[in-house]
Write a protein that binds this ligand. Structure first.
Ligand SMILES: Nc1ncnc2c1ncn2[C@@H]1O[C@H](COP(=O)(O)OP(=O)(O)O)[C@@H](O)[C@H]1O
Ligand SMILES: Cc1cn([C@H]2C[C@H](O)[C@@H](COP(=O)(O)OP(=O)(O)O)O2)c(=O)[nH]c1=O
Length: 196
């Protein structure tokens, strides 16, 4: 089973994933992330730091996804593991849907088409939702160039439209709740789906 955790920067994904690792220890999930589960993530980090052009950056994120699938996600799923990924393909559709906007028509459609031949779709996606100004307050010590309020508003709008289009896959998470409550809600939901 492939489970992904999505949301804007500062929405509590890393905190949630760390909590899930403890709360679901008896299920031995493989915990992973994008970007950065393989060495390709170093190229992605460099492109973020150097403010590379949006197409180069996008294709590095896609390369990171391909390497993540080949070396981490696919082998774990084939071994029957539950895989929990902090960010996955919806991050591309939501963020690069914004950064590529205006460069050519329908960037989200293009992103979906270039993923479709090789990606594995998640079985379940938790979308951490909170007001952008709260996310910005939480992030004030650590900012990357995506983390500006205007971009994050558009990214969150994209995420919410994906959730509306695929209600069977997405579960909305109230990220304003205290961290232990967020973790408890998501862990219970995962256990319920695993037992189904
Ligand atoms: N439910 C929560 N309530 C309040 N603060 C939180 C909550 N979850 C995470 N935080 C804090 O918000 C900041 C960003 O959280 P983080 O998990 O790193 O978000 P993300 O991985 O989505 O960028 C951290 O300082 C973290 O301690
Ligand atoms: C995986 C992914 C991340 N990103 C962005 C989101 C973040 O601003 C940045 C780094 O991701 P990440 O390290 O997950 O940041 P955070 O923990 O703060 O959420 O890269 C994309 O634009 N596209 C992608 O496909």
């Amino acid at each position: 089973m492939l489970i992904t955790i999505e949301g804007i920067d500062g929405s509590g994904k890393s905190t949630l994933v760390a909590g899930l690792e403890r709360a679901l220890a008896d299920l031995s999930p493989l915990i992973t992330r994008e970007p950065g589960a393989t060495w390709v993530g170093e190229a992605v980090r460099r492109s973020i730091a150097e403010n590379t052009d949006p197409i180069t950056e996008c294709l590095l994120f896609v390369a990171d996804h391909a390497a993540h699938l080949a070396h981490v996600v696919r082998p774990a799923l084939e071994a029957g593991r539950i895989v929990i990924s902090d960010r996955y393909s919806d991050s591309r559709y939501a963020y690069q849907g914004v950064t590529l906007d205006g460069l050519f028509p329908d960037p989200v459609g293009w992103l979906r088409r270039i993923h479709e031949p090789f990606t594995i779709s998640p079985d379940l996606t938790f979308l951490c939702v909170l007001p952008v100004d709260e996310a910005e307050t939480r992030l004030k010590t650590h900012r990357e160039h995506f983390e500006n309020g205007c971009v994050l508003e558009q990214v969150q709008r994209n995420y919410l439209s994906f959730a509306e289009a695929e209600p069977g896959r997405f579960v909305l998470v109230d990220a304003m709740l205290p961290a232990p409550d967020v973790c408890g809600f998501v862990a219970d939901e995962i256990r319920r789906r695993v037992c189904d």
